[in-house]
Design a protein around this ligand. Structure first.
Ligand SMILES: Cc1cc2nc3c(=O)[nH]c(=O)nc-3n(C[C@H](O)[C@H](O)[C@H](O)COP(=O)(O)OP(=O)(O)OC[C@H]3O[C@@H](n4cnc5c(N)ncnc54)[C@H](O)[C@@H]3O)c2cc1C
Ligand code: FES
Length: 348
């Protein structure tokens, strides 16, 4: 099916395969269509279609639909197939796609090495049939047979042309994917994957100091950023500050891995674990010396400790939406960081 369209800046045409979401088809074709969650929640990917019957709405109850004027033909590109050739209007500017843009692909892989990290956090890998490329900080949308709709998960690892993607998922009570992941034998299950997606990416050649603020499983993409940063020896010449927020020490994970990153660049890389509901004596933690500990909400701890240290910084934020909103507010109002230097994923 052919999709013809216009945005505030461009006119475009792309092919949408049978069963392919219009957003993913446009991104695959190299267009910088607007989106954030890619899974029906945020409303950023809204567009207007000239004839409603030329698209199929895959999730009429999507939370992102509350941002739409349905009587004007508005729909979410991430939740629609093309049912016929169609004409759409995207009420946004489209950025120029960078030269090193990695277009998303649809592929499949098998669940492997599934293990609990805490009482409500599971790590697993997807072994892909074909290698894919991604940038540190990106995510994929994953769909499994027994759960309706796709879920976005950020890669934890960073490797070029890899057949192995690592993920970490925090259980959401009564969540569809969560109940399936925590309640079933998932090893060997086949998943459909679309990716890489996401613009909160780390590019070492930007040559910036790095600030990461993560709540809970928001640490996933930050692990990928630190992995890439260490591979490229970025922290030999640039500062890196990571703040990881959890409720109590028993909710924290990846501490050994974070400690190894710091040990590789002790002069420039700092990791602080912010505990919202507990005070700890750092001398009693096994990572005393490499990791710092603080009490408070992660964005408040970050704001306190970063005060006066925002020169030449690019910031990455990921986790629950209220935490991400709090951190963005602080970085704009207190730190005066320009919007383009604040990159985030809201785990909605
Ligand atoms: C960019 C991004 C990256 C993320 N990365 C991570 C990560 O690394 N680790 C992590 O733990 N969480 C991550 N999340 C959150 C994750 O995608 C899920 O929202 C979370 O795991 C809860 O899923 P659930 O199925 O258990 O809960 P549910 O409440 O069942 O579903 C949550 C989301 O799934 C989608 N959804 C639900 N039902 C349907 C349906 N019928 N059809 C289509 N879509 C549906 C919607 O987007 C909904 O908000 C990320 C979210 C985003 C947006
Ligand atoms: S990108 Fe489609 S609703 Fe968020």
């Amino acid at each position: 099916m052919k999709v013809r369209g216009r945005s505030k800046t461009d006119k475009f045409t792309f092919e949408c395969n049978e069963g392919e979401r219009i957003l993913y088809a446009g991104l695959r074709s190299g267009l910088a269509l607007p989106y954030e969650c890619a899974t029906g929640t945020c409303g950023t990917c809204k567009a207007r279609v000239r004839e409603l019957e030329t698209i199929k709405d895959l999730w009429p109850e999507a939370p992102g639909n509350t941002y739409l004027k349905r009587d004007r033909g508005e729909f979410l590109m991430c939740q629609a197939h093309a049912a016929a050739d169609c004409e759409i209007a995207v009420p946004a500017k489209m950025d120029v796609v960078p030269d090193d843009y990695i277009a998303p692909v649809s592929t499949r892989g098998l669940f492997a090495n599934c293990r609990r990290l805490t009482h409500d956090v599971v790590a697993f890998e997807i072994e892909l049939a074909d290698p894919i490329e991604f940038d540190a900080g990106q995510f994929v949308v994953m769909q499994v047979p027994d759960v309706d709709g796709g879920r976005a998960y950020s890669m934890v690892n960073f490797e070029r042309a890899t057949r192995r993607l690592e993920f970490v998922v925090k259980k959401k009570p009564d969540g569809g994917f969560s109940e399936w992941l925590f309640g079933s034998e998932v090893e060997g299950t086949e998943a459909e994957i679309c990716g890489p997606l996401g613009r909160a990416t780390f590019q070492p050649d930007e040559a910036k100091n790095v600030l990461c603020i993560a709540g809970g499983s928001g640490i996933a993409g930050m692990m990928s950023i630190l992995a890439r940063g260490c591979q490229e020896r970025h922290f030999a010449n640039h500062k890196g500050n990571l703040f990881f927020g959890v409720r109590t020490l028993k909710d924290a994970f990846f501490l050994d891995e974070l400690s190894s990153f710091v040990a590789a660049h002790p002069d420039n890389l700092n990791v602080t674990i912010a505990l919202s509901d507990e005070e700890v004596d750092p001398r009693e933690t096994p990572h005393n010396g490499t990791l710092d500990f603080a009490t408070g909400f992660v964005h408040s701890v970050a704001s306190e400790r970063m005060s006066g240290n925002y020169d030449d910084v690019v910031a990455y934020i990921a986790g629950p939406p209220p935490m991400v909103d709090g951190a963005i507010r602080t970085l704009i109002m207190d730190a005066r960081l320009p919007a383009e230097m604040i990159r985030y994923d809201k785990f909605s």
